[in-house]
Each structure stands twice: as C-alpha cells, then as structure tokens.
Design a protein around this ligand. Sequence first.
Ligand code: MG
Length: 158
Amino acid sequence: MTRVGIGYDSHRFIKGRPLILGGLTIPHAFGLAGHSDADAVAHALTDAILGAAGAGNIGQLFPDDDPQWKDADSMELMRTAHELVRGRGLAVAQADVTVITELPKLGPHLGSMGVALAQRLGLAAGTVNVKAKTNEGMGFIGRGEGLAVIAVALLEAR
Ligand code: MG
C-alpha cells in the first residue's frame, strides 16, 4: 500500500527571531513569526505525512493556543507525527519539499536541510529532497513579507 499527502505552510517574517528552516538556523535579518519555532519546512512536511496517513493535521495534534507548544522544536513535532503514522503501519518512503521565498538565498543550505529532515524522521539521507525558488517578486512573498513551503510525502506500509 502506498499513500501520498501534501502539506502547505506560510509564516510572516519578523525581526528578533532566528530563521529556522528544516531544523537549521539560517543567517538572515528576519526570523518567522509563530507560536512554535515557526519552522515552516517542518510544518509543511508534518502536514504532508499526516495527510498521507489520513491522520488529521499539525494544528489538531499541536494546537497553536496550547502553551505546551510555545517555541516548540518543530522538527520534534514532525518526528512525533511520523511516530504516530508509524503506529498505523506506515512510514515515509520519500518526500519532496519546495520553499518559496525571495530572501535569503537557500541554495547553500538545501542539502543539509534534506539530511537533517531525513535524520529526524529516522530515514536514510536522500529520502527527503528540498528545493527553493522565488515568487518572481509577486505577492506577499515577492514583497518579502513572508515565505511559503509546499511538501509532498509518499508513505509505504512498513
Ligand atoms: Mg506553521
């Protein structure tokens, strides 16, 4: 049995927070606003994993009005979601992620981001691919107000 899920997330850039994407702290003048550490890459991939399993979404598992998840490590939330899915006899076989942002340039970080995501999910390096692109200057992303992430996860029975 194979199942596929899609995840989407967006967060607003703000001053005074580190920019955390895929578990990496990336040098930038802005971080992302959010209840947790606002790691939009981890959030989108978490939703893709949960979606594939028909197991709801990240907001149901880790409500953003619950003080327990204030400044939470989103990579750990993602790992927990994967454990839940593993409990249903499924595991990520492959995942693909696209980060859409004008700045910072993410090219130098994409490889290590994929490795970090795979590692936290307990998967072989190369299981998770991460790409980045701009929004060609259009809309809220183009104006540098925030970024968005789209993720797809393929789950297989394990
Ligand atoms: Mg989010």
